[in-house]
Design a binder for this molecule. Structure first.
Ligand code: UDX
Ligand code: UDX
Length: 454
């Protein structure tokens, strides 16, 4: 049993705190948001994360997990303090570290015994050293501390499973003993530990997320080529992914990556390279392709509607940036809905859990009660998040409710042949041949001659 303080009770902090408590530690979560803490004390979750509520309840009952707005209370008796505050993008793409700075300053002001300070937030390379400088500067008397980087690799929607079954954990510090102590907190999980210096650890996080984003942009670029040449990207990805050197993960073509991590992390890494005089060509391409992918969806809708969306009703299924979360930060749906609404469409949308967040964020979009309400009198239906509940909708009923049977499947969750049999005009992403794609202006299956260059 260790005494742990976690600063920040968002998607990462709350999951980290709860999982450490579940492993038998005594954890206090500190957040400056009084409302959030008050709700947590009443058992109300500030985020949607499968399994979290039950786990929080169990650990609160067992008196292993507490919530407070007071740093003094959080740091009291703590041996470890995890910084899990947000690090959003600043205007020029670099990570905005104001919350990390504020957390580090307050820790330095309030600490009255030695501490291991752990950066879990994703922070630019060099931030660990910067945090150590802040603590040294702010402390009124010199109390021993060490800074360790221990990046998070938690996917929203499966964050608890990711915490409990990690592929690896990474610990970076100039103080090897401190890094080992943090690694010991994770020892029960039996995952490989990478113990390294602090800057390397910080870079492992950026490089991992940038690589995953690169795979997504890669398959999205392939999807565009597939569409033109009459191939099906879902089968291409399967065929590629069975090669052990490639692997099957993060090869789903779609509407582009979103969320609180990939967009800001790729941007921040590119910015780090740029500010050090380098030209991050690959990262720039990854971002360009991702933007293009979102635009492509709006283009497909426009094309299906004969060139204009004006006064047409467009039904959107899914707003969250991915399934199993209520998070709409950088969600492709936001950009796509805004584009269509700006072009004069009536947009209505539904998401199983992101409606409250959507209501706060989006103007000019009607929010519907369920998928069937979205379909009612719609000229085109656009699927943007691959929630399970959209996979087996009564599509015959949906078609009957729509003004036109036009379907854009931004996540390739429907079978193109089955949709066509139902009478839909179906457009997936990168499904050239099976999905009625267009090659050189003709339906792909009518134009299967070898492509120029053969
Ligand atoms: C995290 C990481 O910090 C980010 O770097 C990573 O890349 C993605 O995940 P996340 O948990 O998604 O961020 O952020 P958010 O859900 O916004 O939660 C941050 C919490 O910190 C909020 O509850 C906020 O109130 C709290 N906070 C913020 C503090 O307690 N103190 C502060 O000074 C600022
Ligand atoms: C990511 C990292 O995976 C995780 O390790 C941590 O650093 C936080 O950030 P998260 O953003 O929650 O997790 O979700 P993830 O499953 O990685 O998906 C990110 C985005 O990529 C989503 O918009 C998703 O829909 C998209 N995606 C993912 C694809 O478009 N295709 C894929 O094959 C996989």
């Amino acid at each position: 049993m260790k005494n742990i303080c976690v600063i920040g009770s968002g998607y990462v902090g709350l999951v980290t705190a709860t999982c450490f408590a579940d492993l038998g530690n005594k954890v206090t979560t500190v957040d400056i948001d009084e409302n959030k803490i008050a709700k947590l004390k009443e058992g109300v979750m500030p985020i949607y994360e499968p399994g979290l509520e039950e786990l929080v309840e169990r650990n609160v009952k067992a008196d292993r997990l507490n919530f407070t707005t007071s740093y003094e209370e959080g740091l009291d008796d703590a041996e470890f303090v995890f910084i899990c505050v947000g690090t959003p993008s600043a205007v020029d793409g670099e990570a905005d570290l104001k919350y990390v700075r504020s957390a580090a300053e307050t820790i330095a002001e309030k600490m009255d015994h030695p501490l291991i300070i752990i950066n879990k937030s994703t922070v630019p390379v060099g931030t660990g050293d910067w945090v150590a400088d802040i603590v040294n500067r702010v402390q009124t008397e010199a109390i021993d501390f060490a800074v360790v980087s221990c990046p998070e690799f938690l996917r929203e929607g499966s964050a608890i499973t990711d915490f409990m079954n990690p592929d690896r954990n990474v610990f970076g510090s100039t103080n090897r003993e401190a890094a080992q102590k943090v690694a010991d907190l994770y020892a029960a999980l039996n995952a490989p530990a990478v113990i390294t210096d602090i800057r390397t650890s910080e870079m492992i996080k950026y490089a991992s997320n940038a690589f995953l984003a690169t795979r997504i942009s890669f398959i999205n670029e392939i999807s565009i080529i597939c569409e033109r040449l009459g191939a099906d990207v879902t089968e291409v990805a399967r065929g590629m992914g069975l090669d052990k050197r490639i692997g099957p993960h993060f090869l789903q073509a779609g509407v582009g990556y979103g969320g609180s991590c990939f967009p800001k992390d790729v941007k921040a890494l590119a910015n780090m390279a740029l500010t050090h005089g380098m030209h991050p060509q690959l990262l720039n391409a990854v971002m360009d392709i991702n933007d293009f992918q979102r635009k492509q969806i709006a283009t497909k809708v426009r094309e299906l509607l004969g060139g204009t969306v004006e006064n047409k009703t467009i039904g959107i299924l899914g707003i969250a940036f991915k399934a199993n979360t209520d998070d709409i930060r950088e969600a492709p749906a936001l950009t796509i809905m805004r584009t269509l609404a700006n072009q004069g469409a009536n947009v209505k949308a539904y998401d199983p859990v992101a409606m409250e967040n959507a209501e706060r964020e989006i103007r000019g979009v009607t929010l519907a009660d369920n998928a069937y309400d979205v379909a009612e009198d719609a000229d085109v239906l656009v699927l943007l998040t691959d929630w399970n509940e959209f996979k087996q909708l009564d599509m015959a009923r949906i078609k009957g409710m729509m003004r036109e049977p036009l379907l854009v499947d931004g996540r390739n969750i429907y079978d193109p042949d089955a949709m066509r049999e139902l009478g839909f005009v179906y457009r997936g992403v990168g499904r050239g041949y099976n999905g009625e794609g267009v090659a050189n202006g003709h339906a792909a299956h009518e134009d299967m001659a070898p492509v120029a260059g053969d």
